[in-house]
Design a protein around this ligand. Structure first.
Ligand code: TMP
Length: 206
């Protein structure tokens, strides 16, 4: 059995990832690929409980936040991602460890080497095969996110400078690993964004 592809979708607030990911899963299924659609933090019952803790209003020390994220990731990898990949299914995951480098590293200022140690410990050699980075101007993304009807969560309540650091960290990572990352211009309308995302996965079919 050939291992499935592990695809992650990344980006700041209001980049339209969640809207696009469903369309992307449908498109892959239409190509006869079995897809497991999931998200981080979350994706299993215990990881979804950790997600609720992380997004609820209130203070969490940055290192505690980092460890909670990796605890959720460990459960997700163990119970869902690794079994799916081993069974030959493709995993389409809304955020993964690049988000940790961007938010906890860039945003909160935690040293990158610390995150890398946890990444190696929890993931071993597992890394995404392809990462789509939905990039959008920070102010434009925040304006879009501000139109949501529910109240802002703990991350969405951060200020613009936090999101500038998140964006710069993502862009730096994409530049450092061009074979894994594809940059998606998320300022475009949803249909055009979906087309870009599809184009960015086509070479994985061979
Ligand atoms: P979402 O808005 O894409 O559903 O993700 C929930 C929030 O979790 C989002 O604001 C980013 C944050 N997050 C981190 O801070 N670090 C991480 O490693 C992940 C996966 C998400």
């Amino acid at each position: 059995m050939e291992k499935g592809c592990f695809i992650t979708i990344e980006g700041g607030e209001g980049a339209g990832k969640s809207t696009c990911i469903e369309g992307l899963a449908d498109w892959l299924r239409a190509h006869g690929i079995e897809v497991e659609l999931t998200r981080e933090p979350g994706g299993t019952p215990v990881a979804e409980q950790i997600r609720r803790l992380l997004l609820a209003p209130g203070e969490i020390p940055p290192e505690s936040e980092l460890l909670l994220i990796f605890a959720a990731r460990d459960a997700h990898l163990h119970d869902r991602i690794k079994p799916a990949l081993a069974a030959g299914r493709w995993v389409l995951c809304d955020r993964f460890t690049d988000a940790t480098y961007a938010y906890q590293g860039g945003g909160r200022g935690i040293e990158e080497a610390r995150i890398a140690r946890l990444e190696d410990w929890v993931q071993g050699s597992l890394r995404p095969d392809r990462t789509l980075l939905f990039d959008i101007d920070v102010q434009q993304g925040m304006d879009r996110a501000g139109q949501r009807e529910r109240p802002a969560d703990r991350f969405e309540s951060e200020r613009e400078d936090f999101y500038q650091r998140v964006r710069q960290t993502y862009l730096r990572r994409a530049e450092a690993e061009p074979h894994r990352f594809r940059l998606i211009d998320a300022s475009q309308p949803p249909d055009a964004v979906l087309t870009q995302a599809q184009d960015a996965l086509e070479d994985l079919f061979d």
